[in-house]
Design a binder for this molecule. Sequence first.
Ligand code: ADP
Ligand code: MG
Length: 626
Amino acid sequence: MQETGSLSIHSENLFPIIKKWLYSDQDIFIRELVSNAADAIAKMKKLSSLGEAQLPEGEEFAVHVTIDAEGKTITISDNGIGMTDEEVRKYINQIAFSGAAEFLEKYKDASEDPIIGHFGLGFYSAFMVANLVEIHTLSYQEGAQSVLWSCDGSSSYEMKEGTRTRRGTDIILHVNEDGEKYLNTWDLRSILNKYCSFMPVPIYLANPAEEKKAEEEAEKNRKDTDPVPEKKDPEPINDVHPLWAKNPKDCTDEEYKEFYHKVFMDYREPLFWIHLNMDYPFHLQGILYFPKLGNEFESAEGQVKLYCNQVFVADNVKEVIPEFLLLLKGAIDCPDIPLNVSRSFLQNDGYVRKISDYITRKVADKLKSLFTSQREDYEKYWDDIHPFIKYGCLRNDKFLERVNGCIIYKSAVSQKYVTLDEYLEEAKKTHENKVFYTTDPRQQAQYIEALSGQKIDVVVLDTTIDAPFISQVESKKEGVKFFRVDANLSEALKDESLAEDVEQTEKAEKLFKDALHNDQLKVRLESLKDPKVSAMLEVSEESRRMQDMMRMYGGMGMMPSVNDETLVLNAASPVVQKLLASENEELSKTIAVQLYDLARISSRPLEAGELTAFIQRSQDLMQDLL
Ligand code: ADP
Ligand code: MG
């Protein structure tokens, strides 16, 4: 048997297309060839389980990847189903005729071993890295004849009788210049680790020449007294039973944690995880972890790996995994998504959207169940998971709907967590529909103290995501308004029983404007319930939020910063009363400036110059007292 013939393709330019368009990443040739080998083995297993083929006793199925740096070849061997010459003609010569698709169609009811191929183009990715590809194959069929096929990347091939005696297939790549980098064991191993870590058949990587050299080296360095080292059995590079494929009932916490450490190289413990397992209307398995957030911002970046039948496809595929979930870490196996698909295909696929909706729902359900049945744990996780949840609420309405009731707020007063409804219920008597919050419990302690003195609770909202988040809450929950502790002083703290004294107010205003040389200063004299408070700065919530927003988007330079501060003087404070009654003009001014500084200090740190002046003035005042 010897023949030459033409590949049945219509365009001479197919190879450049495969190289450039279909696979943007050269590395995936190894994924394609190893998955073909794994497919061939899966088919063999299936045939034997159906009684259509006999296997030799004790045969171990495996894929071997072997590097020969000197001969410049990489060989991928399997002991799978093999191919007859007719099959080579059909599956290899006819490009884009996928044998996997045909096999699946024929045996679709007996599919416990999934087949990876879908597309019928994977094999040709070999030509990205090789200028000559050989196939040595022997079919499992009785009386089959071995076949040797070879092709140099042009559109003609050569096919003749081969010399292979064992069932299975060797694919030998004679690497081209681009492919030489894959002759490096370390590099090839890391690519195999990336794509093939969980393939369902054991995969071994070997570089015999390198191993022999290392052995000789070790032997040379071995002292006569040292024992002869035992030969170690080679270990597969992959784990054929990834945890996600197991029944969640059979997985222990230890196993989940171990899987997390190994796959994400994160030594920290994950907070908790969700094991996804779906059979209908599509297949999907996976594990999503909620990572512990580090202090640095960069570690807030997650990683969700997408697999197709245990073959790695890509990281962070936004079309399949909702963007906000990409803050998580996890592995998702979606056998129904083809390996080689373009992003635009995924974007327009309703089916992919269903998958994404399903994942979103599962995550929301998990949060809800934690909230209702393990609230204590949930509260412990909250500081780590809240940015993620809030981000999700902002990005995805369905998610917001589902988790809405499980959003909690930490009280700056009691350090306990409350839901919005719980807070509002408590607030009914004193400040209906108003939520007071602090963006910095330490800096704003004075205000928190004043509010909590009036039995008003204050919640902590101190991350960047909180500003847009509370705006969303306000827009969804009618009537509810959030005020930073320094935003709405009189409302909460004012003693309504005392009437305003217009004359005194005017006097105070004049005194402070003069003392501070500031005509624009807004001053209000008011009776607050707590006489210990002398003066406070009030900042308009709206304009402050606007400024925060501008700052967040970096647009500060374009808008003059509006000073929307009002100095609120407490008419019930003995200091203020004495100050307004004082006849000593000089001293009054000094005390006014001092009071203003004290109000500033309880709202923000003083600038260097301001601080120096404050300290000097304090000393002068003390000196006068002594
Ligand atoms: P796909 O895997 O999507 O079907 P490929 O181009 O990767 O497309 O492979 C084409 C076909 O060639 C396979 O479906 C299979 O029938 C056959 N084939 C490729 N590699 C092997 C192998 N190692 N053993 C047996 N058959 C193979
Ligand atoms: Mg394939």
